[in-house]
Design a protein around this ligand. Sequence first.
Ligand SMILES: [Zn+2]
Ligand SMILES: [Zn+2]
Length: 346
Amino acid sequence: MRAVTYVKNNTVEILDKPVPEIQPDEVLLKVSGAGLCHSDIAIIGMGDENPLIGGTLGHEVSGTVERLGSDVSGWQVGDRALVALILSCGQCRECLAGRDNQCEVVYPRSALAPLSPGIGSPGGMADYLAVKARHLDPIGDLDPVAAAPLADAALTPMHAINTVRDRMTGDATVVTIGLGGLGHMALQILAATTGARIIALDTDPEKLAFAREHGADLAIPSDGAAAARILEETGGVGADVVLDFVGVQPTVDLAVAVVRGGGAIRFVGLGGGSFPYVAGSGTPLPWGVNIERAYGGTRSDMREAVALARAGKIGVEVVRYALDDAVQAFDDLHHGRVQGRAVLVP
Ligand SMILES: [Zn+2]
Ligand SMILES: [Zn+2]
């Protein structure tokens, strides 16, 4: 089968690999779609010593059940399914506490991230994927290609939003920065599930137009004037919640500048920005601000995202690429030419 493989630093190739054998608790999934994420670009740029070299990429995976392991029940050949982002153990303290996105069995401190398809385990940018049946959720009659990015592009903002849901009251203001793959889903989740006023930011006018059509109360350019505008819009006090799906220096600065005292910031984007934290005077942070370095989401968050999609309340803007055009898709994403989410279709 074809498999989009990370072969060396900043290089992917489509290699021929054997169709995987399945274990008794696994199903063989015929891949319908595999989303392409900025994390994939980051992963393949981590040098020539990266232990993930040689692996098949793809952590946003949907497909149809092709074959069932002998111990699998509850699934039929032909069923459509979404693969969980995090292949959690289900047994450790974190999993039992409902924090399976932090599963400790697959999360040694030294590791890049919890085990995921395409990140330490074979990914879905291939014709087939073997996966434990317990890592699958049904997607009903959702278009399986458009559903694939729900596994991360909807899950991760769903989780970030759920961690600050108590602050998103009807009189709250939420600032969401970046309207790419994750950000355009965050906007829709905010609009569908909160009553808060939504201020959306991006540098791309087309993405701002999308935001105005999909629930943003205000969509403004992410530029040097944005902080003053947000403070003006919030009576000088700032936003209750800031979601940063970019994480470059200007957006980190913006998040810190516009969060209100007692507010919350969720840093999701991995753009390398930073801010000084000083335990005393000299920090730019107002008192009482809660910050989380959000990672992925739980199975509960995933089911919630799938339910919203099945109800027609959120939807992924999909740019389809044939699996054979994977290299082009990586190049387009890297150069900001993808509006929404690129999905490889085998
Ligand atoms: Zn991702
Ligand atoms: Zn666990």
